[in-house]
Write a protein that binds this ligand. Structure first.
Ligand code: HEC
Length: 152
């Protein structure tokens, strides 16, 4: 009696099953939860920006430990005294406290998504292009912080 074809068939079956299992495992994770209460702000061109939650649901990052490092790491390759944007109104010194006034001079707490810090950072009329992708996490973090009043 030759059992090879049977073993072969079982092997192929097991493989198909495991593929099916992994395929399903992926789907079962599904999309993440959709944040409630999001609003869309028309920024007047270049498409809409999802401005996140204005109902107080977004948690603003801490200026010194989150917002400042995010900006500094992403932007100071140009926005430093020796960089190509060293003569603009945004020049990082490396001190969160020293740079606070300069940074908050570029935000509009009444209209966070229109803040020049946000619009330039995402590439609108910006010599440095889109450093943060429009609608991305970094933009959301900035908008959330600004809508909370850009606290230090
Ligand atoms: C590749 C170089 C480069 C990078 C990186 C860069 N920028 Fe700029 N940025 C420029 C240049 C050049 C200008 C001056 C021309 C202009 O206004 O777009 C500028 C101007 C600006 C201004 C206007 C400042 C003023 O005086 O009013 C803002 C605000 C700004 N950038 C924000 C950012 C932010 C936020 C980031 C990081 C997310 C960033 N930039 C990263 C090159 C850069």
């Amino acid at each position: 009696m030759n059992s090879k074809p049977l073993q072969h068939a079982l092997g192929a079956g097991a493989l198909a099953l495991s593929l099916l299992f992994f395929g399903c495992a992926d789907f079962s994770r599904g999309p993440g939860p959709v944040p409630p209460d999001t609003v869309t702000v028309d920024t007047g061109g270049g498409g809409d920006v999802i401005a996140g939650d204005t109902g107080g649901g977004c948690v603003p990052g801490d200026y010194t430990t989150e917002i400042y490092p995010l900006l500094q790491l992403s932007c100071d390759s140009c926005h430093a005294s020796s960089g190509s944007a060293g003569s603009t109104g945004l020049v990082f010194t490396g001190s969160a406290a020293d740079d606070y006034a300069e940074i908050t001079g570029l935000v509009e707490t009444g209209n966070p998504a229109s803040s020049v810090l946000v619009t330039k950072g995402t590439g609108k009329a910006h010599g440095g292009g889109a450093v943060f992708s429009p609608g991305g996490e970094e933009e959301q973090a900035l908008i959330c912080w600004i809508s909370a009043g850009a606290p230090q």
